[in-house]
Design a protein around this ligand. Structure first.
Ligand code: ADP
Ligand code: TYD
Length: 238
């Protein structure tokens, strides 16, 4: 891999850790809510399971890598930190939906500190999932418990834990297509059920209406077409 390009989930040495941050940085990152990317660029890939996020994020990473001298980070949530491990463990062992939502946000708050540092260093950060995943998935999961309060509550607890992305690419496919694509994949997450993914899809679509960082992408097209549309949308914003 050329020097300067990082796969956040596979190369650990250049990444920031909590210890790299000064006390002032830690305090400011704790209280800061939505701030624009300080110097770098921050792009997020969202969508239901099977939409093609991981595939397309990887291809966009390769295209950007070949076309720019800037350092690029490809990262994802749940993250590769011990907090991300807690999220994965909670999936395996089962916790209440409230606990699960709080675990996703705890993992994100920590991930955001790392993203902030990459952006301050002028890097282009690509993240496979970010806070909209919690609004959509936990919004759907918490609906039976909290009704219409689910998404507003999730927004409020995410607020101090996030940086506003420059663009959020929402990859839309019919949930049936997502299920079909996933049936060819061995691993399944507990969220991959048609009725549930329909609810998640609905919340994503609502978010896209109200959040101007969202760029809606028709992800039922070929991988090449989806990738090309996203790279084109990034032009002028890099
Ligand atoms: P996600 O990260 O959104 O869950 P993946 O990128 O893992 O989705 O893709 C799920 C499956 O669908 C993979 O087998 C992948 O090769 C396939 N896939 C992804 N995008 C497309 C596409 N545009 N058309 C057809 N198959 C796709
Ligand atoms: P992920 O490993 O990204 O799965 P996939 O590659 O299929 O997209 O995420 C695992 C599951 O966790 C996925 O079903 C989505 C879910 N998830 C949430 O429910 N809330 C969140 O905040 C995040 C980041 C993921």
């Amino acid at each position: 891999m050329p020097e300067g390009f990082l796969f956040a989930n596979s190369i650990h040495a250049p990444m920031t850790t909590e210890n790299d941050l000064t006390a002032r940085e830690r305090v400011s990152s704790d209280v800061q809510s939505e701030v624009a990317s300080p110097h770098g660029r921050f792009y997020v890939f969202e969508g239901i399971d099977g939409a093609g996020k991981s595939t397309v994020a990887g291809k966009v990473f390769e295209i950007l890598k070949a076309g720019t001298d800037r350092e690029i980070v490809l990262t994802s949530e749940p993250s590769d930190s011990w907090l991300g491990d807690c999220v994965r463990r909670s999936h395996r062992e089962g916790v209440s939906t409230i606990s699960e939502a709080l675990l996703f946000v705890a993992d994100r708050a920590h991930h955001t500190e790392r993203i902030r540092k990459w952006l301050e260093d002028g890097m282009i950060v690509l993240s496979d999932r970010y806070y909209a995943s919690t609004l959509a998935y936990q919004g759907a999961a918490l609906k039976p418990l909290l009704g219409g309060m689910a998404v507003p509550w999730l927004k409020s607890i995410n607020e101090p834990a996030i940086i506003r992305p420059d663009m959020t690419f929402l990859l839309l496919i019919p949930p049936e297509t997502g299920m079909k694509r996933l049936s060819e994949r061995n691993e399944r997450t507990k969220f991959e059920k048609l009725g549930f993914l329909r609810e998640v899809d609905k919340i994503y679509r609502d978010l896209a209406e109200e959040d101007e960082t969202f760029v809606v992408i028709d992800a039922s097209r070929s991988i090449e077409e989806v990738t090309g549309t996203i790279v084109e949308a990034m032009k002028g914003n890099i």
